[in-house]
Design a binder for this molecule. Structure first.
Ligand code: PLP
Length: 438
């Protein structure tokens, strides 16, 4: 009998025993094409450069607390990230995962305004149908009704505007650009409602992952968001925990939108699963406020800047940049999109196939014409996950929420090393799973 406390207490899961490129292999020898382990495995499961970096680092020094010492891999990784980061992002604060990154971003925004003498600024605006992590601050920013519901009494008061979700929410006859401007302008309305002097930050994902299924914004949306943030002195926090690190075809997803955030959160693909690591990048202006003010960021966990985690991530980012893997993600992503459209584009329960790079989403609907979501009580996405697993495919489905605003979808996030025949395998197995369930 297992003593592990699993996420799902009513199902028995396979035991992961080894990895081989794009595949996970269980203890019975069954191979699973890994296209959705929450968008972590960007390099696949047996990258020799990352394995060697972890081994070498653990032999040198496994841990040194950042309250006392910095480390060579943390310094080198920060340099490499800043070399490729957009705009004036200038400093990197390392954490152990995505929730820690967004939580730290919220704290940094607050401390920034304390340091510069605007203590009344403490309100965060985020978007509905979003996910920014599971710690209480991050969950407060998240706008997914189901994830928030049971913890609602513990959450901080943050407010939420509409996401940019063209497929479901663009009005009849409205063009994409106008739709984007309309929903971006909701930010201005909300800032004015709360009081500009009280708002410290707006947080959003450039491409929405877990909660909507690879939904990018329309052209012009983020440019307008940036303008509004600048006009009212509100910090723009972009959460690229899932969509960042090359997945959308750019090392940083916001490069596609041509905007530079004040604070940028990354995780998942940063360690590619070889070590748990996340990071928060911030602008020179924010860093300077702390450096020239109190001189101490009042936030931290024991494992921030962990030497082995930063060594692994240094090897990962070196692989991503020297092999130009974001460009490969863009190219293979186009192939995946075409293959999905060919196989599933006419399926009566497939409403939309979308995404950027190797970050694709399939929206499942009860009716294509009216875009009516499937009844969430049917648990269709969860059934597809199970059927796909039986086929030897790992994908990332998400069931709709009962507020009727969010339908079922399947998120696909294959490793950037995926080959043409593996794209065929992915589409064949997914089609079989969908046919079994719908
Ligand atoms: N932000 C986004 C956009 C995410 O998708 C996730 C996780 O899926 C998180 C934050 C939280 O990351 P973690 O699970 O590493 O804490």
């Amino acid at each position: 009998m297992s003593h592990v406390f699993p996420r799902h207490t009513k199902s028995v899961l396979p035991v992961a025993a080894s990895g081989d490129g794009a595949y996970l292999i269980d203890d019975q020898g069954k191979r699973y094409l890994d296209c959705g382990d929450a968008a972590v495995s960007c390099l696949g499961h047996s990258n020799p450069a990352v394995i060697a970096a972890v081994q070498a680092q653990v032999e040198k020094i496994a841990f040194a607390h950042t309250g006392f010492m910095t480390s060579q891999p943390a310094e080198a990784l920060a340099d490499l990230l800043i070399e490729h980061a957009p705009g004036d992002l200038d400093r990197v604060y390392f954490v152990s995962g995505g929730s820690e990154a967004t939580e730290a971003a919220i704290k940094l925004a607050r401390q920034y305004y304390m340091e510069i003498g605007q203590p009344e600024r403490c309100h965060v605006i985020a978007r509905r149908q979003s996910y920014h992590g599971n710690t209480l601050g991050a969950l407060s920013a998240g706008g997914n009704a189901w994830r928030r519901a049971q913890f609602a009494p513990l959450l901080v008061d943050m407010t939420h505007i509409a996401p940019c979700y063209e497929y479901a929410e663009k009005a009849e006859g409205e063009c994409s650009f106008d739709y984007g401007q309309r929903v971006a302008n909701e930010l201005e309305t909300e800032i004015l409602r709360v009081g500009p002097e009280k708002v410290m930050a707006f947080m959003a994902e450039p491409v929405v992952g877990a909660t909507l299924g690879a939904v990018p914004s329309v052209d012009g949306y983020y440019k307008r968001i940036r303008e509004i943030c600048d006009q009212y002195g509100v910090l723009l926090i972009l959460d690229e925990v899932m969509c960042g690190m090359g997945r959308t075809g750019h090392l940083f997803a916001c490069d596609h939108d041509g905007v530079v955030p004040d604070i940028l959160c990354i995780a998942k693909g940063l360690g590619a699963g070889y070590q748990p690591i996340g990071a928060m990048l911030c602008s020179a202006r924010i860093y300077a406020a702390i450096r020239d003010g109190s001189g101490f960021f009042q936030h931290g966990h024991t494992y921030v800047g962990h030497p082995v985690a930063t060594a692994a991530a240094l090897a990962v980012v070196t692989e991503l940049t020297t092999r130009d893997l974001p460009a490969r993600a863009a190219q293979m992503g186009e192939k995946l999109q075409s293959a999905l459209e060919a196989a599933l584009g006419q399926h009566p329960n497939v409403g939309d196939i979308r995404g950027r790079g190797l970050f694709r989403g399939i929206e499942l609907v009860a009716d294509r014409d009216s875009k009516t979501p499937l009844d969430p009580a049917l648990g269709t996405a969860a059934k597809v996950k199970k059927a796909a697993l039986a086929q030897g495919l790992i994908c990332y489905p998400m069931s709709g929420t009962r507020d009727g605003k969010q339908g079922d979808h399947i998120l696909l996030a294959p490793p950037f090393i995926i080959e043409d025949d593996q794209i065929d395998e992915l589409v064949t197995k997914l089609t079989a799973a969908l046919t079994e369930v719908l």
